[in-house]
Ligand binder design. Structure first.
Ligand code: AHR
Length: 338
């Protein structure tokens, strides 16, 4: 009798200790360990607060003004909401992003917000995060990994951006033209999507005579444009350029200026809508700038908190974007946040 009572006491104490040990606030539940709780739900659910959250943000680099604004958006949001942001800069190298994610898994962060530099090669590290019960939100660019390895993607519709750029060329050149493409980082969701959307909607009488990457940077775009100008005669061989981001556009403008080309001599459509892009429209270099919004911090933070609280979230959240034109660029320029 006495032994049975002691046994019962030991079992109750063990159960209580077990519950306390499993229930540290902010720790996500591994997949399947909570008897059907949504993946990534934290033990503080349904009352998790931002102060319970540690977000890992292995930023892909600092290659453009867009990226600088994106980083600032996450940093500002973390400060405002009061969550911890584990930030790193991978300098456009996938292996650096993978190492940063592994360090975050070791640290037991609540959530990983990953802006992938390229689309392929994420399966192994995403599986590691999944096995550790850490939810991943893919931010900005896309990945080719199995969607079961991450909870959601928040970012732009890159193919739509390419289609919007194609519509500008179709309008400008109803009788056809020859054009160049200055593409973004090879294998990145942004470059792949924009190139595919562009080609899908470009009229058959508009020919892309050459396409080279400038890796989304001003510095790398400059020599690419110089090489284009040595190979092709502007006006005769080509009449326009599709440029995958504003930073590369600004690098290209330097090369065009040095070659004596004037604003308006070529039809140039860029992507992003940064202040630099707006200035290029004001100065007459860009004839349209397709928006790509980098201010993703607030949306990603709210989704991360919802995941921790076990709330259902959408698998793909696309940013609402538009196209900007020179006619009101001067008026809008002072209102631009990036
Ligand atoms: O993935 C978004 C792209 O990456 C932006 O167009 C570009 O500026 C950035 O580097």
């Amino acid at each position: 009798m006495k032994v049975t009572r002691i046994f019962r006491f030991v079992v109750v104490v063990a159960l209580v200790l077990g519950a306390v040990a499993c229930g540290s606030a902010g720790t996500p539940a591994p997949s399947g360990s909570t008897g059907g709780a949504p993946f990534g739900q934290a033990s503080c659910a349904p009352n998790c607060k931002f102060s319970d959250m540690t977000m890992c943000f292995p930023q892909l680099g600092a290659e453009s003004d867009w990226r600088t604004a994106d980083t600032a958006s996450f940093r500002d949001e973390a400060q405002q909401d009061g969550f911890k942001l584990v930030f790193s800069d991978a300098q456009q190298h996938q292996e650096n992003q993978i190492s940063a994610i592994r360090a975050c898994i070791q640290q037991g962060v609540s959530v990983i917000a990953l802006p992938p530099v390229v689309e392929d090669g994420w399966d192994a590290v995403l599986t590691e995060a999944h096995n550790a019960g850490i939810p991943v939100i893919i931010v900005d660019r896309s990945v080719s990994a199995d969607p079961s390895l991450y909870v959601s993607h928040i970012g732009s519709d890159m193919a739509l951006e390419g289609k919007r750029a194609a519509a500008e060329f179709n309008k400008k050149f109803p009788n056809g033209a020859k054009i160049l493409e200055l593409s973004g980082t090879t294998g990145s969701g942004a470059a792949v999507g924009r190139a595919a959307g562009f080609r899908a909607d470009l009229n058959a009488n508009i020919q892309i005579i050459d396409s080279q990457t400038g890796n989304f940077t001003r510095a790398e775009a400059l020599p690419v444009m110089q090489a284009f100008l040595q190979r092709y005669k502007f006006g005769t061989d080509f009449q326009g350029i599709f440029i995958h981001n504003d930073d590369m556009g600004l690098g290209a403008i330097e090369a065009l200026k040095a070659a004596g080309i004037k604003p308006g001599d070529l039809f140039i459509v860029s992507v992003d809508g940064t202040r630099g892009g707006f200035q290029a429209m004001v100065d007459g270099w860009f004839q349209a700038d397709v928006e790509c919004n980098p201010l993703l911090g607030p949306q990603v933070a709210q989704m991360a908190l919802d995941i921790m609280n076990g709330k259902p979230v959408d698998a793909n959240v696309l940013t609402n974007e538009t196209v900007y034109y020179p006619d009101n660029a001067a008026e809008l320029l002072p209102t631009r946040k990036y």
